[in-house]
Write a protein that binds this ligand. Structure first.
Ligand code: ARG
Ligand code: MN
Ligand code: MN
Ligand code: MN
Length: 314
């Protein structure tokens, strides 16, 4: 089993500087060593090098469309190549606009993938509904086939053809949903679990329903797109759009353990760690180290104990 790690130091899907340093702080928090300590051969593909068009006028309210579109196109090619080579891929962001390129590249290799989006936000605005004009609040809208006639052609996005059906998407952790996003979720009947749902059902039941929903007809590869702001800001303060009342550490570990236990995780994104926004060095370290824990847990680190194959095979 081999894991590839790919950094995407990109921040133009939103307005706050610093999230482009996410890959560096997550690596510095010990990611590669942690993954090597599981039973993987780890291939660090380094960071992508994005180039920026000189002029990138907004499209209506939407900021930097060519820059974001171009970066995502480049990311999608890299992800497709890594998955095609047989790696399980970890994509380190960068802002969450990158979820589009990552999942699109994954879909090129695995057209039957399903998407689990763990986030305080659904990132489902279209260029027409977005209250901010930030593309990190819109990546899912470009993925969904059912939304095709609601998403205008953005400059820089002509490569991005919708590849996902709304039945193949589940949200977990929502607590900040814009009116246009709510409308789309309801109209399309998207399966989602807000923090209130987690309060009511518990994370165990939420994961059970999530996986039953996605695997009802057949087992398929999982794309996990994990926005660090899904966690409570007390745990993950160094992020651009924190919202109170998020996942606890234990809910995050249970969620990711369950994903690992399916044996179906194919690509995961870990996005929106912004070291510039931590109030202190400790705040940044805590956020980065939480990101490492999430990735390790998704890839099989357990709280129960290690199961090195040389000692036993559980
Ligand atoms: N819903 C808001 C917007 O459209 C916030 C999105 C935050 N997204 C994120 N990836 N952190 O701008
Ligand atoms: Mn978010
Ligand atoms: Mn997000
Ligand atoms: Mn395992």
């Amino acid at each position: 089993q081999s894991v590839a790690v790919l950094g995407a130091p990109f921040s133009r899907g939103q307005k706050r500087r610093g999230v482009e340093h996410g890959p560096k702080v997550i690596r510095d928090a010990g990611l590669i060593d942690r993954l090597s300590g599981l039973d993987y051969s780890v291939h660090d593909f380094g960071d992508l090098n994005f180039h920026y068009p000189e002029k990138d006028e907004p499209y209506m309210d939407v900021k930097s469309p060519r820059t974001v579109g171009g970066a995502n196109k480049k990311l999608s090619t890299a992800v497709s190549r890594a998955v095609g080579a047989g790696h399980t891929l970890v994509m380190l962001g960068g802002d969450h606009s990158l979820g589009l390129g990552s999942a699109a590249g994954h879909a090129q290799q695995c057209p039957d993938l399903c998407l689990i989006w763990v986030d305080a936000h659904p990132d489902l605005n279209t260029p027409l509904t977005s209250p901010s004009g930030n593309l990190h609040g819109q990546p899912v809208a470009f993925m969904l086939k059912e939304l095709q006639n609601k998403v205008p052609d953005l400059p820089g996005f002509s490569w991005a053809k919708p590849f996902l059906s709304c039945r193949d998407l589940v949200y977990i952790g929502l607590r900040d949903v814009d009116p246009g996003e709510y409308q789309i979720m309801k109209d399309l009947g998207i399966q989602y679990f807000t923090m209130r749902d987690i309060d009511r059902l518990g994370i165990q039941r939420v994961m059970e329903v999530t996986l039953d929903h996605l695997m009802a007809r057949k087992q398929r590869p999982i794309h996990l797109s994990f926005d660090i702001d899904a966690f409570d800001p007390l745990l993950a303060p160094a992020t651009g759009t924190p919202v109170n009342g998020g996942l606890t550490y234990r809910e995050g570990m249970y969620l990711t353990e369950e994903i690992h236990n399916t044996g179906l995780l194919s690509v995961m994104d870990l996005v929106e760690v912004n070291p510039v926004l931590g109030a202190s060095d400790e705040a940044v370290q805590a956020t980065a180290s939480l990101a490492v824990d999430v990735i390790a847990s998704s890839l099989g680190q357990t709280r129960e104990g290690a199961h090195r194959t040389m000692i036993s095979s559980k």
